[in-house]
Unconditional design. Structure first.
Length: 106
């Protein structure tokens, strides 16, 4: 594959025609990329760091209230994919169980 990174554009755009979306919310302030996800089907937003919803996510979407990632470490994309897998397969109980030792968001 001969794709150069500077030719890839990461958009902060939510396509509401899809059931699920993974968004790149990276900015220079957080030193790179940061992945979050949205379930348009369930009107649900998930950020592994527990950050507030960005403007591109509709106000009526509920934030999933579990922070699973420490800001000092990466892997937000892994958490996002795992969350969507659990959501699609009705296994959010298992997801919650794995991270129950972490503080819940308000």
């Amino acid at each position: 594959m001969d794709t150069k990174v500077n030719q890839i554009v990461f958009k902060q755009y939510l396509d509401t025609s899809k059931d699920y979306s993974i968004l790149n919310m990276g900015t220079p302030e957080i030193s790179g990329t940061h992945w979050v996800c949205v379930s348009n089907k369930d009107k649900l937003y998930f950020d592994p760091l527990g950050l507030p919803k960005p403007r591109v996510v509709p106000h009526k979407y509920k934030q999933y209230g579990i922070r699973v990632q420490d800001h000092r470490f990466g892997h937000c994309g892994d958490y996002v994919v795992f969350f969507l897998y659990c959501l699609q397969h009705r296994k959010l109980g298992e997801f919650n169980q794995m991270f129950k030792h972490l503080p819940k968001l308000i």
